[in-house]
Design a binder for this molecule. Structure first.
Ligand code: NAD
Length: 391
């Protein structure tokens, strides 16, 4: 899918009436609007083009209890998908805790799967041609190691969350384009081949974009919208000159986000509960065949020093009491919170030029965008012979 033509810049800044500050609060729905419009019209266009065309179908798997935050997220996903023309089906997996809890199942509006376990259910959806995209609501309750395993069970052709190892490998190694026919190869061979194609060592067919995980992608697209990415610089270098602190280094959001931003040229301070690391883009020489992906080193700076140097601060600490101190931030900082808790103090607008309190709506827009991309790749795969391991 092409970039939305209407990805307009934020409207002129309005002044806050207190303290003579110039902070603009931007909501994720404003950032998502042009993507949502593009997704809706693209689905409409393909439905009108052929009487046999189907709406793209996304299946979500939920193992949680009725009071888990995933239930709310699943409901949002359903509403957001239906509003753009995507068919969404929630499939519930019974667990020991909820198997007698019919009320819980009804409350999230999905179809219960009886005793089928999550892995079997995903394998069935992997091979069902009526399903275009698959997502799993994490944590599943089975533990971190099993959740990591489940992420690899979802076929790459339908992995709307971009959590498969090969997509993450591409992200960390700055491999942006893939041959969709590699999606049918083994993971290791596919990653090797994509790297060789990007280096020009192997002829590439029709290349398409690799799939990126939704929340890191949502934050990058938000930074583009807010002008933190400089659109007059070449693609792939538009964050050059920016210093950004990311407080969260989880495998699903903070670490891939730090890598994406560094691969686009930014200097990143990546903060977690244990330490601070610095991600920056590797400089290549003409003799080097390595891709210009990021490098990571331990930082010698304290959090306070990192904040003082940063023009953008992005936080995702999932604790109620955690607050970034406003007086440690630079004047005019761009402040982005993706945690379910408010990580900035109440007076953040006295210091920030732009404040984005949550990213959820953009994450769902990126999920839908990934789904439409995968529908295209599935069509290419259906029309072209798969690559063999000997390419
Ligand atoms: P996680 O628990 O896996 O990671 C939390 C991160 O915060 C870790 O890197 C940890 O070291 C760091 N951290 C914790 N306490 C800290 C402290 N005192 N100082 C510095 N770093 C600290 O969580 P996650 O899955 O990354 O989710 C984080 C938050 O983001 C949650 O609130 C989650 O709901 C939210 N989230 C939102 C979206 C979205 O809106 N689209 C998507 C994913 C996660």
């Amino acid at each position: 899918m092409s970039e939305p033509a209407a990805a307009s810049k934020p409207k002129a800044l309005s002044t806050s009436s207190t303290n003579h500050t110039f902070c603009r609060t931007v909501n994720a729905s404003e950032v998502a609007a042009s993507y949502t419009a593009e997704i809706t019209s693209s689905i409409q266009a393909s439905l009108s083009a052929s009487s046999s065309a189907q709406r793209p179908k996304l299946v979500g798997f939920l193992c949680g209890q009725k009071d888990s935050p995933s239930v709310t997220y699943a409901e949002w996903t359903r509403k957001a998908c239906e509003s753009v023309g995507i068919e969404y089906e929630l499939r519930l997996i019974e667990t020991e805790k909820n198997e007698n809890d019919e009320q819980g199942q009804e409350s999230v509006g999905g179809a219960a799967l009886g005793a089928a376990d999550l892995e079997t259910a995903i394998l069935e959806a992997n091979s069902d041609p009526a399903v275009n995209g698959i997502m799993v609501y994490y944590p599943t309750g089975a533990g971190q190691r099993q959740d990591s395993y489940i992420q690899q069970v979802v076929t790459r052709e339908k992995d709307v969350e971009g959590l498969n190892f090969s997509y993450l490998f591409n992200l960390y190694h700055n491999i942006r384009m893939i041959d969709p026919r590699t999606l049918s190869l083994s993971l290791a061979h596919s990653a090797q081949l994509s790297a060789k194609q990007q280096n020009g060592e192997v002829n590439a067919g029709h290349l398409v974009k690799s799939i990126l995980p939704c929340t890191p992608l949502a934050i990058v697209k938000t930074l583009e919208y807010l002008g933190v990415y400089n659109s007059i610089l070449p693609y792939g270098q538009r964050a050059y000159g920016r210093t950004i602190t990311v407080i969260n280094r989880s495998e699903v959001v903070g670490r891939p986000l730090a890598a994406l931003l560094a691969n686009d040229g930014a200097r990143i301070f990546s903060v977690d509960i244990d330490n601070i690391q610095e991600f920056s883009r590797r400089r290549t020489t003409s003799s080097s065949s390595s891709l210009p992906h990021h490098v990571v080193k331990d930082s010698k700076y304290s959090l306070e020093e990192c904040l003082r140097m940063s023009d953008t601060v992005i936080t995702g600490v999932p604790s109620k009491g955690y607050k970034v101190k406003t007086d440690q931030l630079r004047d005019g900082v761009v402040a982005i919170n993706f945690s379910s808790e408010k990580n900035f103090e109440a007076d953040i607008k006295d210091k920030a030029s732009i404040y984005l309190p949550s990213i959820g709506k953009m994450t769902i827009a990126m999920l839908q965008r990934n789904l439409l991309r995968l529908v295209e790749y599935q069509k290419i795969l259906a029309e072209q012979p798969a690559l063999t391991a000997s390419v």
